[in-house]
Design a protein. Structure first.
Length: 479
C-alpha cells in the first residue's frame, strides 16, 4: 500500500510509535470490495488481507502509531485517553485525491492502553462493520470498515469471546479530544499546529483566512450540525457522544453501543452505561453543541489576544449551531414528507408527525416509509389513531399546495425514507451467530442494509420491526 504519514510528521507529543501485536491465527471475516475499489487498492490485497490487517504482516510502508487525545466522558474530563487499542498504519489517497487514515482497531496494547488489553471482540468489530456500512448507504457521513479479521485468540470480557481486528478508514481521526489533550497542557503552540493540520486536511478552503482558528471552529460547527441532523433523520442513536468520539471532520466515528430507533421516542437510550440518558436520541443536538463548546474553549487563546473578545467570538460561533441544525433538520424533514416547497407551517407539521408516532409507539422507519403509500391515498402501514388521522388530513392539504408531479414526489420520498435499517434485534442475532462461527446471518444483513431504500421482496425479512419480545432495550459498550 502506498502510505503517506502526515500525522506522524507532527511533533512527538501527538503520537507514540507502536507496532501491532501479532495474533495466533488470523482469518478474514469480511472484506469490503466496494471500499477497496473506491480507495484504489490493489485487488490482490484481498488474498493477503488476513495477515496484513490483523497486524501480523503490516505493509512495508506502514509507520504504525497510536494517537494521543483527551476527552470528556459523560461530562467528566479525562486529560489522557489516546488510542488504547487502535493503531494508525498510515494514510492513503484515493483516485480523486482524497486522503484517508487506515487504522487497525483491536491490534494490541499501546502506550495509551491504561488497564485495557488493546483488543476487541468479534461482536463489536462486526457491529461497527455493519452499522458503518449502513450509515454510508443511508448517506450519513461516516468512517468505514475495510476488513474484519478474526485473531484466533480469545478476549476476556464477561467471559471469553473470540477476538477480531477491524480496519477503519476515516477522513482522519482528529477528535475534539485531540484539541483538548493539548489545551489541558496549555500547549497553545500544539493547538495551533493542530488547527493548521485540520484546515489543510479537511477545510482547505479556509487556508489564508484572517483568523484560522475561528474559521475552523465555525466550519466544525456546521459539519456537526449537518451530521447530527442526518443521524436524527434516520433514527440513529450514537450512544457515546464523548468529546473523544466526535471527529472534527464531521464523520460519525466510534460505533460502540449505537442503535437505531424501532418505535419512536425522543428519550430513547440503548447504552447499558448511559443510565441517565445523557446521550438519548433527542439529546444529541444539544450534546453536539456542548462538545463544540469544549472545542471552542481549547481555541480561546488563539481566537483573540483579548480574553473577553475571544469569549465573545467563541460564543457567537457556538450559537451558530442551533440555527444550522434546525435548517438541516427541517430540510431533511421536508424531503421525508415529500415537500419540495417551503411553507411556514412545515416545522410544526413535521413535529406533529413525530408526536403522533410517539403517542402510539409507532415504528419510526416504517412510518415514514408508509407516507409514500399515503401519498397514493393508501395509509397502509401508518398507525391508526385519531392523532394520525388528523395529521394525515393536514398533510394532504399541504401536499395539495405542492405543484410537482405526484409520481416524482413518491420516488423522491422513497429515496429519502429508508425501508431497511440495521434493526437492533437482527444485528444482535447476526453477531451472536458470527461469534459461534456462522457468518451467514451477518452477510445477509450486511447485503440488505447496503440497499436501504430498496423494499423489494428479498428485503422483507430485514424490514419488519421486532416483535415485543424481540425488542432490544440495551446495547453494550464495545470495549
Ligand atoms: P471508546 O469508549 O471505545 O471510545 O474508548 C474510550 C477509551 O478507552 C479510548 O481511549 C480507547 O482507546 C480506550 N479503550 C477502549 N477499549 C480498550 C481496550 N480493550 N484496551 C485498551 N484501551 C481501550
Ligand atoms: Mg472512542
Amino acid at each position: 500500500m502506498d502510505f503517506q504519514h502526515s500525522y506522524a510528521a507532527l511533533p512527538l507529543a501527538f503520537w507514540s510509535a507502536v507496532e501491532p501485536t501479532p495474533v495466533a491465527a488470523p482469518r478474514l471475516l469480511a472484506w469490503n470490495t466496494a471500499l477497496a475499489d473506491a480507495l484504489g487498492l490493489d485487488p490482490a490485497l484481498e488474498a493477503r488481507a488476513a495477515a496484513v490487517f490483523s497486524g501480523n504482516a503490516p505493509p512495508a510502508q506502514a509507520r504504525p502509531i497510536a494517537m494521543a487525545y483527551a476527552g470528556h466522558q459523560f461530562g467528566n474530563f479525562v486529560p489522557q485517553l489516546g488510542d488504547g487499542r487502535a493503531i494508525l498504519l498510515g494514510e492513503v489517497t484515493d483516485p480523486r485525491g482524497r486522503r484517508f487514515d487506515v487504522q487497525l482497531k483491536g491490534a494490541g496494547p499501546t502506550p495509551y492502553s491504561r488497564n485495557g488489553d488493546g483488543r476487541a471482540a468479534i461482536g463489536p468489530v462486526l457491529r461497527e462493520f455493519l452499522v458503518s456500512e449502513a450509515m454510508h448507504a443511508l448517506g450519513v457521513p461516516t468512517t468505514r470498515a475495510l476488513t474484519a479479521v478474526a485473531t484466533g485468540e480469545a478476549v476476556f470480557r464477561d467471559g471469553a469471546l473470540p477476538g477480531a481486528v477491524l480496519t477503519r478508514i476515516a477522513a482522519s481521526h482528529v477528535r475534539v479530544g485531540t484539541f483538548q489533550f493539548f489545551a489541558a497542557r496549555e500547549d497553545h503552540a500544539a493547538v495551533r499546529t493542530l488547527v493548521d493540520f485540520v484546515i489543510a486536511r479537511h477545510y482547505p478552503a479556509l487556508a489564508g483566512h484572517a483568523n484560522p482558528p475561528l474559521a475552523l471552529l465555525e466550519a466544525v460547527v456546521q459539519a456537526q450540525a449537518r451530521l447530527v441532523s442526518a443521524w436524527l433523520q434516520v433514527g440513529f442513536v450514537h450512544g457515546v457522544m464523548n468529546t473523544d468520539n466526535m471527529a472534527v471532520s464531521g464523520e460519525t466515528i466510534d460505533y460502540g453501543p449505537c442503535a437505531f430507533l424501532d418505535e419512536y421516542h425522543p428519550a430513547k437510550t440503548f447504552s447499558s452505561i448511559d443510565r441517565r440518558g445523557r446521550y438519548a436520541y433527542g439529546n444529541q443536538p444539544g450534546i453536539a453543541q456542548w462538545n463544540l463548546a469544549r472545542l471552542a474553549e481549547c481555541l480561546l487563546p488563539l481566537l483573540h489576544e483579548d480574553g473577553e473578545q475571544a469569549v465573545a467570538m467563541a460564543r457567537a460561533a457556538i450559537e451558530g449551531f442551533a440555527p444550522a441544525y434546525r435548517a438541516h433538520w427541517l430540510a431533511g424533514q421536508r424531503r421525508k414528507l415529500g415537500l419540495a416547497t417551503e411553507d411556514a407551517g412545515d416545522e410544526s407539521l413535521a413535529q406533529d408527525f413525530l408526536e403522533a408516532l410517539q403517542a402510539v409507539e409507532a415504528d419510526y422507519t416504517l412510518s415514514y416509509r408508509a407516507l409514500s403509500n399515503a401519498a397514493r391515498d393508501d395509509a397502509a402501514g401508518l398507525p391508526k389513531s385519531p392523532g394520525m388521522d388528523a395529521w394525515l388530513a393536514r398533510w394532504r392539504e399541504r401536499l395539495a399546495r405542492e405543484s410537482g408531479d405526484p409520481a416524482a414526489r413518491i420516488a423522491a420520498m422513497d429515496a429519502a425514507n429508508p425501508a431497511v435499517i440495521p434493526r437492533n434485534h437482527l444485528v444482535e442475532a447476526a453477531l451472536s451467530s458470527a461469534a459461534e462461527g456462522d457468518l451467514a446471518p451477518f452477510n445477509a444483513l450486511l447485503a440488505a442494509v447496503r440497499r436501504p431504500f430498496d423494499d423489494g421482496p428479498g428485503q422483507a425479512p430485514f424490514m419488519a420491526p421486532p416483535a415485543l419480545d424481540e425488542r432490544v432495550t440495551r446495547t453494550f459498550c464495545g470495549t
